[in-house]
Structures are given as C-alpha cells and as structure tokens.
Design a protein around this ligand. Structure first.
Ligand code: GDP
Length: 444
C-alpha cells in the first residue's frame, strides 16, 4: 500500500504520546524528532519537512495544548491538521469554464500515465458531472499514443479527435476546438506529447497549445512512485508552461508518499486527482483530510461510503435486507454479495479504510486472500440450484462432486458451508435483537 512505512512510523510515534495526561516540551521535541525522521524516510522534500516540524512544534507547545485535559490527543489532532494543510487543505474541484467548452490540457513526462489518465478523467466527467467530453490526440511523435487514446475512446464509447502525425499539434488543437463547437462538446481534453525529460522544444510546443486553446485547467500528470523527481518535474512544468493542478498516478503502488506530501508545498498547486489503478474507473478526487486520516490510521469512512454507493446496487441491497429479515438468505445471495464487494476494489485496501483497522493485529501485513474468495465463488457456482437454496441436502457424495467440479478440495466445500451456517446463525441473533429492540421502543 502507498504510505505504508510512513503510516506505521507516524502511528507508532503518536501512539506513545496520545494517552499522556501531561506533556512537556521535551516530550514534544522527542516526538517531533521521530516525525521528522519518518517524513524524511518517506522522501518528503527537506524544506517541507523542516517547515512542517516547526509549525507542529510551535502549535504543540502552545499554552492551550499543554494545559488541556487531553494534551496527547490534542497533539495528534495538530499533526493531522497540519498534514491536511500540507496536502492542500480542502479538496480542490475542477474549474469549469463559464462559457462552453471547458478546455483541459494534460501534460507530463512519458510513462507518467497521461494518456490513461485522459481516458479516466473523461470517464469521471461524464459519470459525475454529466459532461460530453471530446478527447484530442495531440501527441504526434508517437503514433502508438494516438492509437492508445483511440482504443480508450472505443472502450469508453467516447469520441477521439485525431489527425494522424503529419500535422502540427497546434493545428490539431485548432481543428479539435472547432469540432467541439460543432458537435456541442462541453469539455475538450487535450492529450499532449510527453518526453523522457523536460526539454525546451516540448515546452515551447506546450506553450503554443496553451496560448491557442486558453485552457481552464492544465493538469500535470506525475507518477507518485518517482518521489522527489515528481516534485522537481512539477516545479519545472509550472515554471515554464504553468499548471493549475496535479494528478498523481500509481498511488495504488507502494509509493513512500513523498510526492503527495511535498508537491503542494513546493509548487503551491493542488493535487486534484489521484490514480489508483490501471482501469478506467480508477481515478479519485484527492481529499487531503481523508488522506491524512488514512496515514494516521484513523480510517476513511467517507471514501468507504462513497465507494459502496458507487458500486453497490441499491435495489439488490434492499432485496438483501428483506432476505436477512425473513431469514431466506441463500448461497446465491452470498455469491452475489461477494461479487459486489469485489467490485469495490482490492479487499485489503478497503479494510484499511476502516477506522481502527490499524489496531487489528497483523492487518497491516494482511494480504486478503483473493484466491480464497475465488475458491468460494467456484464452489458455489458448482452447486445445483437446489443445493444453493437448501444447503442441508449437501451430503458427503455431493460434497465430493462439488469439490471436483470447482477444482477445490472437500475441506474448501466444508469450510464454506460452515461459514454460511455461522453467518445465518449470526443474522438470526441480530434480527432477534432488533425485534426485541423494536418492542422495547414501543413500551410506554
Ligand atoms: P503516458 O506515456 O504518460 O501517456 O503513460 P500511459 O498512460 O501510457 O501509462 C503508462 C503506464 O502506467 C501504463 O501501463 C498504465 O496502465 C499505467 N498507469 C497509469 N496510471 C496508473 C495508475 O494510477 N496506477 C497504476 N497501477 N498504473 C497506472
């Protein structure tokens, strides 16, 4: 997971101070020494680390903290606030033009994820903002880049404007803008060329495109895995072309976090989105406060709820609730649930969004066994309808058949049936408790 090392260190340090009933300057100093170390190890820009440590120290030794009843918790809160500030404070939404179309220019080095992110962004704009984007292939140096964008366009059923490679990027953009007007596109996203390094010629080209299209947003796409390099790239693109925001990709990998924590402070440009995977739905708005909360092991309930809302079918949830209530829950429903949860993303990532998850022993290293989930799916799929509805009929012979059919073992089948039984018992107890609770409420 991203930020793993930093999260572990900071949480360990803060754990020591959290419960303290009394704190003095020496305690704060000791704590900040560890915080400083943790940030440096996470590859955070040195100047940023210094500034952060100074701000937190000053606030932490403040009169009101020291004299408060819960100084340890106050200090933890200060660290969280300042981490949030460091990453930009509030979430920073896309700026749409007052007059259509909104023009978004995507810039960045080769391999950062620019083309992929162009597709993802278009998808977000259509899904969450009800927009009708036009994608523009303006990287004329790599024919593969144009093809890549066209493939993404097909996949998303989204139009891509391309004129091949024998024409200047500026001319492509000029014609694309005319096309957007004609076809009533309210957003134009320009995928520009990338290079391996920042270079003069490229920068001039980007400036020309910028001057012609007067973009509402210039998003720099940077790879979070490159740490401080990402920060330097951001600085040079901002100094030359001028950027309005950053999209940090590959935050699903195990980046140490340095880029996410330094970019805002160094460039004063907000991180607007983060890439969380290769698929087209893996782009999320960046929420500094939620990220700080996750780094400090306080969970991220808001993101969890949003994920669930986006992926879980409401009709199905209602049906399921009814089935729980009437205890007519079957193995088919179990399978359904499993598949819905899987849509939310890798399970270990989801678990980590839960508050207090960091306190569960061993979870930090837990790799949820997705293979096990696959086996459960296979086992249920090898059952007949009758077996799924009334698992009681599954005798030894049937167990053998199911194990064979699903390529699993009899132990796998037994385990699943036992789990399902236990779950049913638990649901029965819970609904029993709810019923009692209801009766109680009605009593005068
Ligand atoms: P470009 O050269 O900047 O246009 O980069 P591409 O869009 O071709 O992406 C380079 C590679 O990074 C591709 O293999 C993408 O699938 C991958 N990639 C892009 N964004 C993400 C992300 O958020 N997470 C992961 N894991 N991979 C990503």
């Amino acid at each position: 997971m991203a930020f793993e090392g930093l999260a572990q260190r900071l949480q360990g340090t803060l754990q020591k101070i959290r419960g303290k009933g009394k704190i003095d300057e020496a305690d704060v100093k000791e704590m900040m020494r560890e915080v400083r170390f943790a940030l440096i190890e996470a590859d955070v820009n040195l100047k940023v680390v210094k500034e952060f440590v100074k701000t937190v120290s000053e606030r932490a030794v403040g009169h009101d903290v020291m004299k408060s009843l819960t100084p340890g918790q106050q200090v933890v809160k200060i660290v969280k606030d300042e981490l949030t500030n460091l990453m930009g404070g509030e979430q920073n939404p896309i700026q749409f033009a007052r007059k259509s179309p909104t023009v978004i220019m995507m810039v960045g080095l080769q391999g950062a994820g620019k083309t992929t992110t162009t597709g993802k962004l278009a998808s977000v704009l259509r899904k969450r903002h009800n927009k009708k984007p036009l994608l523009v292939a303006a990287d004329v140096y790599r024919p593969a880049a144009i093809q890549q964008l066209e493939t993404l366009g097909k996949q998303l059923t989204m139009p891509v404007f391309a004129l091949g490679t024998d024409i200047s990027p500026v001319e492509i953009v000029r014609q694309a803008l005319a096309e957007a007007e004609k076809e009533h596109h309210d957003v134009v996203i320009i995928d520009t060329a990338g290079r391996l390094h920042v270079d003069e010629v490229l920068m001039q080209e980007l400036k020309d495109i910028r001057d012609l299209s007067t973009p509402d947003e210039v998003f720099l796409v940077v790879d979070a895995m490159t740490g401080q390099d990402a920060v330097n790239v951001a600085k040079s693109f901002d100094d030359t072309v001028g950027i309005t925001g950053v999209i940090l990709t590959k935050l699903d990998g195990d980046t140490r976090g340095g880029a996410a924590l330094s970019i805002r402070a160094v460039t004063d440009k907000p991180i607007k989105f983060v890439g969380m995977g290769e698929k087209m739905d893996a782009l999320e708005p960046f929420h500094p406060e939620r990220m700080a909360s996750r780094i400090l092991g306080m969970g991220d309930v808001m993101s969890l709820i949003e994920k669930a809302q986006e992926n879980v079918d409401e009709e199905k949830s209602k049906e399921l609730e009814e089935k729980f209530r009437t205890q007519s829950f079957t193995l088919d429903d179990f399978l359904d649930q499993l598949q819905q949860v899987k849509k939310m993303g890798p399970l270990d990532e989801i678990l980590k969004m839960m508050p207090g998850a960091n306190k569960i022993k061993g979870l930090e290293n837990a790799k949820v066994d997705e293979g096990q989930m696959g086996r459960v799916e296979a086992v249920i799929q090898s059952m007949t309808t009758a077996e799924r509805n009334t698992p009681e009929i599954i005798n030894a012979n049937r167990r053998k058949r199911i194990a064979k059919g699903s390529g699993t073992t009899i132990q796998d089948v037994n385990r699943l049936l036992k789990q399902f039984e236990d779950m049913k018992k638990m649901v029965k107890q819970m609904t029993g408790m709810q019923q009692k609770g209801k009766k109680k409420m009605k009593m005068p």
